[in-house]
Design a protein around this ligand. Structure first.
Ligand code: EPU
Length: 308
């Protein structure tokens, strides 16, 4: 993305959003700290919440027409937006939130902006098994797919049938699960495409059993993770066979603070914004923690959060 905020193009871009074609919200020079779970991040030139495919397609057209890059985000739960902000258009599909059941009662066709926890509630109510371990993970379905969200041995890819996306030309493509390479917290979805919907297939189970498992995972998560605090989830991926949080803990780094950002005392792989933290401090803390873990254990930690 360009280093300088959009200036010349901005008036024209504003006009493109003002017509009848685009339905949804659009904000200019909008601080991303209001749109991330961490509560940090500088302004995005354009932050847009299209409401339907035609509006999303219109955003792609604006992006192409003015040579302005776009990125898509979910609920902002796994990202660190730098203090200088984001040049270009940020697309957020949280207004894409419809959902319908297939005739078999176990298949769900859901929009990308559907909250993961909405799906968990549904699986609890209807006795659908397959995503219980994801209970308590904030964020949208689209974000969960883009990062192959997982916990307690569950991964979102395991219930996926297919994923619909729109590419930068505004064309829609449906990819079957097997055509997408999923790995640990990753999916090879091109960054030039936006996930718009997905079909999930769960399996039928007794609602009481599904509920019990969801409650168990949720209470385990509450016991081991700083759920009520401002974080971006796990900062680092786990190196093969070991918990990054455990390494950080054993290196004595819990509680380490840079400005308003602190390594959680509950789980070492969560960094907490204590209220007034900024991105620069978060990034410095990442470096310090990674460096100390490397010195102590000879292990290089890899980031799980996405830095924008
Ligand atoms: N541990 C410590 N100190 C800590 C943190 C953990 O000693 O500060 C120990 C625990 O006591 C436990 C072991 O490390 O014996 C593993 O900890 P935990 O069960 O919390 O799992 P984790 O490997 O640290 C992973 C995922 C989490 C996911 C949990 C539960 C990653 C990077 N982390 O954490 O995912 O919720 O398992 O399945 O894959 C995320 O992706 O954002 C995330 C938080």
């Amino acid at each position: 993305m360009n280093a300088t905020p959009l200036k010349n193009e901005l008036a024209l871009i504003k006009e493109m959003f003002s017509g009848d074609v685009f339905k949804g919200r659009v904000m200019f020079d909008e601080p991303m700290k209001f749109h991330t779970s961490l509560g940090i991040g500088g302004p995005a030139d354009v932050l847009t919440f299209p409401e339907d495919s035609a509006s999303l397609k219109h955003v792609m057209k604006i992006s192409r027409g003015y040579g302005v890059p776009f990125i898509s985000v979910g609920k902002g739960t796994n990202i660190i937006v730098k203090d200088r902000g984001i040049r270009g258009i940020v697309i957020c599909l949280t207004s894409f939130d419809d959902m319908e059941f297939g005739g078999d009662g176990v298949t769900i066709n859901a929009s990308a902006g559907q909250m993961l926890q909405g799906l968990i509630s549904l699986s609890r109510a209807k006795g659908l098994s397959g995503i219980e371990g994801l209970s308590g993970i904030p964020g949208t379905l689209g974000g969960a797919i883009a990062g192959n969200a997982g916990a307690f041995g569950f991964e979102i890819k395991d219930v996926l049938v297919n994923v619909t996306m729109m590419d930068k030309e505004g064309d829609i493509k449906v990819l079957n699960r097997n055509d997408i390479a999923f790995g640990y917290r990753k999916a090879d979805i091109p960054s030039s495409s936006v996930i718009t919907r997905a079909v999930l297939r769960m399996s039928k189970d007794d609602p009481r059993d599904v509920s019990r498992r969801i409650d168990e995972y949720l209470s385990e998560r509450r016991r081991t993770q700083p759920l009520g605090q401002r974080s971006a989830g796990c900062v680092f991926k786990n190196p093969p066979g070991i918990s990054a949080g455990k390494l950080i803990d054993e290196a004595g780094l819990k509680g380490t603070q840079i400005g308003g950002i602190e390594v959680s005392n509950v789980h070492g792989n969560f960094f907490i914004n204590r209220g007034n933290g900024i991105s620069e401090e978060f990034l410095r803390l990442i470096d310090i923690v990674a460096q100390k873990v490397k010195e102590r254990f000879g292990i290089v930690l890899e980031l799980e959060v996405r830095i924008l």
